[in-house]
Design a protein around this ligand. Structure first.
Ligand code: AMP
Ligand code: MG
Length: 348
């Protein structure tokens, strides 16, 4: 299939392209588009056949539900009920990087929700995304625009690499502002529960309700019989080709440990080091890439997936990563990092 690729900026939207891509979606086709979290691969969320094409194009496991993207606060037709507390979250953080889980209405096909009775809904803040949803005239189901298992794309080049030739349309925009997938909050229980950490942090949600908490299975290694509430959490995710190992603890000890591992494997392995601006000059050997400054963890989050992908491009045998404090956006960064490492962590 020939994929049409058009690049535009969020503050200079080509409306004729948006209309054309909207028709592709309305007719059951697939379109990649930018959002503030990561790039999405979208289709008509209410069309089970179109949704099946997404699973096929990504190689996505059938039991991993898709998030439904809307451009309008009127989501009543898509859900059974909207608890008052969820309305308050929507009022405060929509449009933005947060997905809410509701009991779904009959309008949402079982293929979209992967046979669950619930559905995740999000209103993105990215204007290209919202204009596309409006042009399609239907909610858009969109997982991240990567081949399943690979790091999520935050730049259009990564989407082209993974999906060109498999889908109808790619709309490119700027690099994703957040760079990490949305926070997911289960609104079918009281108090609300965070199923996936993201840029809307626990601290921010507790401004609405102090009882909101993070599902405790999220940050630790899943057990064999693990049945997570957010099905995607059980898969190896965000994984570059080379194995990732996290070194966690005091920063000076971390640097020493990384240097020791590199020294011990000298000549035998090509090692990539995920460092930060503060530490990048302290590694004499290995291929060092900085995620950004520790003083700006939002930048670290924004760069994480593309740095993981860039190690693929230079073919390293092992990636060693520094760790980050699990506070604020650091919770989301460590969640993605631990999953990309398959929870292989050395504590120092
Ligand atoms: P992605 O769009 O690739 O970031 O994946 C969406 C993720 O959202 C899935 O992997 C699930 O973990 C989660 N999700 C989507 N819908 C639901 C739902 N109805 N209930 C729980 N988790 C969901
Ligand atoms: Mg994904």
């Amino acid at each position: 299939m020939k994929t049409k690729i058009v690049i535009m900026e969020e503050n200079n939207i080509k409306q004729n392209i948006i209309e054309e891509a909207g028709i592709v979606i309305a007719c059951g086709g697939l379109v990649v588009f930018p959002t503030e979290t990561v790039y999405g691969l979208g289709c008509n969320a209410l069309d089970a056949l179109a949704v099946e094409k997404i699973f096929k194009a990504k190689g996505r496991p059938q039991d991993n539900p898709l998030i439904v993207h809307v451009a309008d606060f009127n989501i009543e037709p898509l859900v059974k009920e909207i608890p008052n507390i969820a309305k308050r979250v929507m009022d405060k953080y929509w449009p933005g990087p947060i997905t809410l889980i509701f009991n779904k209405s009959e309008l949402i096909p079982m293929t979209t929700s992967a046979n669950l009775d619930t559905v995740g809904i999000r209103m993105p803040s990215n204007l290209i995304a919202r204009k596309l949803i409006e042009a399609a005239g239907t909610p858009i189901a969109a997982p991240s625009a990567n081949i399943s298992g690979r790091p999520s794309p935050t730049e259009v080049e990564s989407c082209i690499e993974d999906l060109s030739g498999k889908i109808e349309y790619i709309i490119g925009g700027d690099k994703s502002e957040v760079g990490l997938e949305s926070t997911i909050v289960d609104c079918t229980c009281t108090p609300l529960c965070i199923l996936r950490p993201g840029a809307i942090t626990l601290e921010m949600l507790r401004e609405i309700d102090e009882g909101i908490y993070i599902d405790k299975t999220i940050m630790s290694k899943p057990k064999n019989d693990f049945k997570p509430k957010a099905p995607g959490m059980k898969y190896r995710h965000y994984a570059p080709k080379a194995p990732v190992k996290i070194i966690c603890g005091d920063l000076e000890k971390t640097i020493a440990k990384i240097n020791e591992i590199v020294q011990n494997s000298m000549g035998k392995k090509k090692i990539g080091i995920m460092a930060t601006d503060e530490t990048k000059n302290k590694y004499p050997c290995g291929t060092v890439i900085s995620l950004g400054s520790r003083k700006h963890l939002d930048t670290v989050g924004r760069n994480l997936f593309e740095v993981l992908r860039s190690f693929d491009a230079i073919d390293v045998d092992l990636i060693l990563s520094e760790a980050f404090e699990e506070k604020g956006i650091g919770v989301a960064i460590m969640n993605r990092l631990k999953k990309s490492a398959g929870f292989d962590i050395i504590y120092v």
